[in-house]
Design a protein around this ligand. Structure first.
Ligand code: LMR
Length: 398
């Protein structure tokens, strides 16, 4: 049956981890996948998560099916975190939040919803964007186009180019936006720029689809969620937010994400939710219990929530310090041109290294980065920083 099936290339990000795992060099470093590692090079289990996990284990509850749209305590806590405590949209019953299998699951379920309901399924993604955005929307039947986002020469946002391209899109086009910690470039919009984008989206009747996978990883929970607040305040009728707890709770493998759909009123919101449930039922039926119970447990406890916010703050502060450390080391080695790394936000830096240079990093040094030159700064530590800086400096001169 499979005689004609041809091998397809491995995933550009997750495939790197397979190659890294197979590498036997002791000095190897995985700067590919977006994972935060602590100073000892391990994925942290947050104290708040550990505490709630122990409580849940002691209770040892039975594992029935969750409702199709997930654990209610999880979706309501998520709604509050994403839209804010005083959100008028939430108070008006306009936000339908669904537990999903990670942020990727939220993107796919949201894309499926839009593919069935929008007049033309076209999505505009930033150039560049997370490698999987194009794949997810294509798989849901969308036509995917790009909008200008990054100025490679200046290592920063090309905001004029972005506005110009968005203004050319046909009404009804979905626009995929990164709320914060843009993946892969680390170049974010300011609050004033978000206001301009939101006004443009409204004027041109474009549909905002906000991907928020890194809330709390740059400035803080509320600060990193400002795009959602601004789009809400712009009076845009309907939009979507996909969010993930993979990074902010260090719960990568639990696949905890959520899809929040804002509709024009509460009745529309209920109708939309009925479609979302139908979509989910035909893909994976209902979500899993454990990760959502952990997040809901932490967010629902004043004490554990404060502990989590502190731990998230520590991860954020450490990433800023790692950026500064890398830039300082590179400057010391005679490569001051990498100073821009300190201006970028979140886990990633678009290093400007070419595909050939990334290949040399891997082949000669056992350092794994995404082919586009994206490196995960959150995988650095005092033990590998010098090695990485020397290698980056060497390949950048090759
Ligand atoms: C990344 O961009 O590395 C992460 O979001 C992990 C993934 O699923 O690609």
């Amino acid at each position: 049956f499979f005689a004609t099936v041809e091998q397809v290339p491995g995933d550009p990000i997750l495939g790197l981890t397979d190659a890294y795992n197979a590498d036997t060099r002791p000095t190897k470093v995985n700067l590919g996948v977006g994972i935060y590692y602590d100073e000892s090079g391990r994925i942290p289990l947050l104290r708040a998560v550990k505490q709630i996990e122990q409580q849940l284990a002691a209770e040892a509850k039975p594992r029935g099916y969750l409702p199709i749209d997930g654990l209610a305590a999880y979706t309501s806590a998520t709604r509050e975190l994403v839209f804010g405590k005083d959100s008028e949209l939430v108070a008006a019953g306009r936000v339908a939040t669904t537990q999903t299998v990670g942020g990727s699951g939220a993107l796919r379920v949201g894309a499926e919803l839009l593919a069935h309901t929008l007049p033309h399924a076209t999505v505009a993604i930033s150039n560049p964007s997370w490698e999987n955005h194009r794949a997810v929307f294509t798989a849901a039947g969308f036509k995917v186009v790009d909008y200008t986002y990054f100025d490679a020469a200046r290592h920063g946002l090309d905001f004029d180019g972005m506005l110009a391209d968005l203004a050319k899109l046909a009404p009804g086009t979905t626009v995929l936006l990164h709320a914060c910690c843009h993946n892969p470039t680390g170049a974010d919009l300011t609050e004033a720029q978000w206001k301009q984008v939101a006004a443009l989206l409204k004027e041109h009747q474009l549909f905002p689809f906000i991907d928020m996978a890194y809330q709390g990883f740059d400035k803080g929970i509320a600060e990193d969620g400002v795009a959602v607040r601004i789009v809400a305040e712009a009076g845009i009728d309907s939009f979507i937010v996909a969010n993930s707890y993979s990074k902010s709770f260090s719960l990568y493998g639990e696949r905890v994400g959520a899809l929040s759909v804002v509709a024009a009123d509460a009745a529309q919101s209920r109708a939309v939710q009925s479609h979302i449930k139908r979509i989910i039922r035909t893909i994976y039926s209902s979500p899993s219990t454990h990760g959502a119970a952990l997040v809901a447990g932490v967010l629902g406890s004043t004490e554990l929530r404060a502990m989590w916010e502190e731990e998230l703050g520590q991860m954020r502060t450490r990433i800023h310090a790692l950026r500064a450390g890398l830039v300082a080391k590179l400057a010391e080695l005679g490569a001051p041109e990498f100073a821009f790394i300190q201006q970028q936000a979140g886990m990633f830096s678009y290093s400007g290294l070419s595909r050939a240079q990334v290949d040399t990093l891997r082949d000669e040094y056992g350092i794994y980065a995404v082919g586009t030159g994206r490196i995960c700064v959150a995988a650095l530590n005092q033990g590998n920083l010098d090695y990485v800086a020397k290698a980056v400096c060497a390949v950048s001169r090759s």
